[in-house]
Write a protein that binds this ligand. Structure first.
Ligand SMILES: *Cc1c(COP(=O)(O)O)cnc(C)c1O
Length: 377
């Protein structure tokens, strides 16, 4: 394992890697800091590409003591699909979809979960708790089943039935709260403190797992832009951290520009970016894209920091624009996304005049349409 310590992204306080720690004492997110000198000497593209094109191809970059012991459902290795029709209609030559809906439980969450559950086992936990708008819970309960670990999933009132069914079928215990995702998150933290169950969710080790979205893109193309949805901000942060680490160990030469897209009804990070604030102001979320309805985003500040570092852009989109983009993606490309999975396309449509025609653009399609079966518009 090449971890040195965990460090607060704001006050820079350090914590031992041996400690189970989710947030800094100051309340902010923690980041896992690695020793790259060791990794640099053992890694090359030749070596990586001898392994199957899946999440664990990049095992040296994940924070486990023994990656052989990881609990995997063969996540990652998702298609980077070249657009056949939308690119032409929008006037781009090189538009790609990173189809995260093809992960074992239908979203990119599985990349974070495989790392997080393996970490929970390393810490000796056999009972876990996790707050979720649905996809995280589905992912965590599937991996908990495989790991033979008992899972408690805390869900907001408006979780879609199909996501609840997915969670239940894996045998997890469901706890409902009469509130939104952040109420669920407060409840999960409370159960962690009261019962000592391992807390899973958008904490440092999950972001580490979600780096593999960035790794896989870099493995296939040199993207100029990566467009990601932002809910809690963990995904966009993970993509950037991964790419930076690749650059650091000389697996990548240049970094892309990040574009973060949120729903207008939950535009916390977009708002902070546009107004040049250095904190995230929580909102009460109102959006059809349930998977990004995080009014007080756990990794919001991380997302804001990486957007600035990459000289990125932001956009927010209405529910109507999201549903239209979801339909457009299905009708023109054969890709069926859930609403949160189509916000990136909705964002690109609004930003299209700011990007060069020949730029290599990757849109993250984060989740599967089967998870929110509804009639389009
Ligand atoms: C979790 C999720 C998001 C948001 O990711 P964050 O890491 O919370 O920013 C977007 N789309 C889908 C489908 C998700 O499940």
């Amino acid at each position: 394992m090449h971890i040195r310590y965990l460090q607060c992204i704001k006050c820079k306080e350090k914590y031992s890697k041996k400690e189970i720690r989710y947030r800094c004492a100051c309340g902010q997110s923690l980041e896992v800091v690695f020793n790259f000198n060791e990794i640099r000497n053992i890694i090359s593209w030749d070596r990586l590409r001898k392994r199957p094109f899946r999440h664990w191809r990049y095992k040296e970059f994940f924070p486990l003591v023994k990656s052989e012991n990881s609990v995997t459902l063969m996540e990652g290795g998702t298609p980077l699909l070249k657009s056949r029709n939308i690119s032409r209609e929008l006037g781009f030559d090189n538009l790609f979809f990173k189809c995260e809906s093809e992960n074992p439980t239908g979203s990119f969450k599985d990349r974070g979960t495989t790392v997080e559950i393996s970490k929970a086992l390393e810490f000796g936990s056999n009972e876990i708790v996790c707050a979720s708008t649905g996809n995280m819970g589905a992912s965590v309960s599937a991996y908990a089943a495989a790991a033979n670990v008992k899972a408690h999933i805390i869900l907001p009132v408006d979780t879609p039935d199909i996501k609840i069914a997915q969670i239940k079928s894996h045998g997890a215990i469901i706890h409902r709260v009469y509130g939104d995702y952040n109420a669920a998150e407060v409840e999960a933290s409370k159960l962690f403190r009261k019962r000592g169950w391992y807390l899973m969710g958008d904490y440092p080790y999950r972001g580490e797992g979600e780096k593999s979205v960035g790794f896989e893109i870099a493995d296939e193309i040199n993207a100029d832009y990566i467009i990601s949805p932002i809910g809690n901000g963990t995904l966009i942060y993970g993509i950037w951290k991964g790419l930076k680490e690749f650059k650091n160990v000389k697996l990548a030469k240049k970094l892309p520009v990040l574009i973060g897209v949120q729903s207008k009804g939950c535009n916390t990070v977009v708002n902070a970016f546009k107004k040049e604030m250095d904190f995230i102001k929580p909102v009460k979320p109102h959006t059809i894209a349930g998977a990004i309805a995080c009014g007080n985003p756990l990794d919001g500040l991380k997302a804001l920091q990486v957007l600035r570092e990459s000289h990125g852009m932001v956009e927010s989109v209405t529910d109507r624009e999201i549903l239209k983009a979801k339909d457009y993606l299905a009708k023109k490309e054969g890709v069926f996304a859930e609403p949160a999975g189509a916000v990136t396309l909705a964002g690109l449509i609004k930003l299209k005049n700011r990007l060069k025609k020949n730029a290599r653009i990757v849109l993250i399609v984060s989740g599967n349409g089967l998870k929110t079966a509804m009639l389009g518009i």
